[in-house]
Design a protein around this ligand. Structure first.
Ligand code: IPD
Ligand code: CA
Ligand code: CA
Ligand code: CA
Length: 307
């Protein structure tokens, strides 16, 4: 971490994520009594929010205000309570207090806090912490991505995990909370193409399998680690992906926006503040093609055949 100009922001975010993690664990122990886990629904009966989501976001927002009074803040629950979520060039923290609320409510240990820090609309520091598994993913732009601050990501060097075809991929997808007929029709068509045998399914890829772990930020973490090859979701928000964007990129992965276009190439922050996300892990150069070209080719194939 030498020469890291953002060591203050990184260490602050790590400390905050750990405190938030304690709060989340404490609340989950109270699941039997319902304390901290009282569930309300937002837009529909499966878009859940608990008292703990709100308490963690309060802690995060207050701590940021105390430490960096000039910085801006965007958080899922503040937005839900009516605050604006406009991205400017000012240093801005973008936070999801609990990513994986449905998992939290059910005691499924795929739950994290996600804290991203953006400067000039570029995600620059990312911290994702799963307190149930004691897994801390961190990255600073230009300074690498780490698991638990010691293990450099990806966990396996991409040479050991060649990837050249979508059909060899393990793919992260999510069900999301919009279950309207239109959305479900589109989604299921894509899922069937991804998983289906090309001899029987039009556009079929038959990738190795699909995974759905209920947390966008943890999908990003797994792509950064190299244990998931790609992740695709339409319907996420900046707080789901901001920290993950730094972590994936620093681990050699690539991010794409709507239709598989390079993510925020124009520096506008539009893709970060949008709802279409596709990420692919780091891939080693193969047969005269660079890893980056292979990533782009697979992304284009994905959007042509599947999405
Ligand atoms: C959700 C999770 C889920 C994804 C949704 C997100 P939440 O976040 O990341 O995996 O499918 O798009 O909204 O509500 O648990 O913070
Ligand atoms: Ca939510
Ligand atoms: Ca989320
Ligand atoms: Ca959330």
């Amino acid at each position: 971490m030498s020469n890291n100009p953002y060591v203050t922001e990184l260490e602050f975010a790590i400390g905050l994520a750990r405190r938030a993690g304690e709060l989340i664990l404490e609340a989950s122990k109270d699941r039997q009594t319902g304390k901290g886990t009282t569930v309300n629904d937002k837009k529909n009966r499966i878009d859940l929010v608990t008292e703990t989501d709100q308490a963690v976001e309060k802690l995060v927002a207050k701590s940021i205000k105390g430490k960096f009074p000039d910085h801006k803040f965007i958080g899922e629950e503040s937005f839900a309570a009516g605050e604006k979520a406009d991205l400017t060039n000012d240093p801005t923290w973008i936070c999801d207090p609990i990513d994986g609320t449905t998992n939290f409510v059910h005691g499924f240990p795929s739950v994290c806090i996600s804290i991203g820090w953006v400067v000039n609309k570029v995600p620059t520091v990312g911290v994702i912490y799963n307190p149930f598994l004691s897994q801390l993913y961190t990255a600073v732009k230009g300074h690498g991505a780490y698991l638990n601050q010691t293990t450099r990501l990806p966990l396996s060097y991409p040479d050991q995990l060649p990837l050249n075809k979508l059909s060899d991929a393990l793919v992260g997808v999510e069900w999301g909370s919009d279950r309207s007929k239109n959305v479900m029709d589109k989604k299921s068509r894509s899922f069937v193409r991804l998983a289906g045998d090309p001899n029987e399914v039009d556009g079929g890829v038959m990738c190795h399998s699909l995974r759905s772990m209920g947390s966008a930020a943890l999908n990003y973490s797994h792509v950064a680690a190299g244990s998931l090859d790609l992740y695709w979701e339409i319907g996420c928000w900046a707080w789901d992906v901001c920290a993950g964007t730094v972590i994936v990129r620093e681990a050699g992965g690539k991010c794409y926006g709507r239709g598989g276009k390079a993510f925020d190439e124009d520096g506008s922050g539009k893709d970060l503040m949008g709802h279409h996300f596709f990420v692919i892990r780091g891939i080693a150069d193969q047969d005269g093609q660079s890893g980056s070209e292979i990533q782009d080719r697979l992304a284009q194939e994905f959007f042509k055949n599947v999405a």
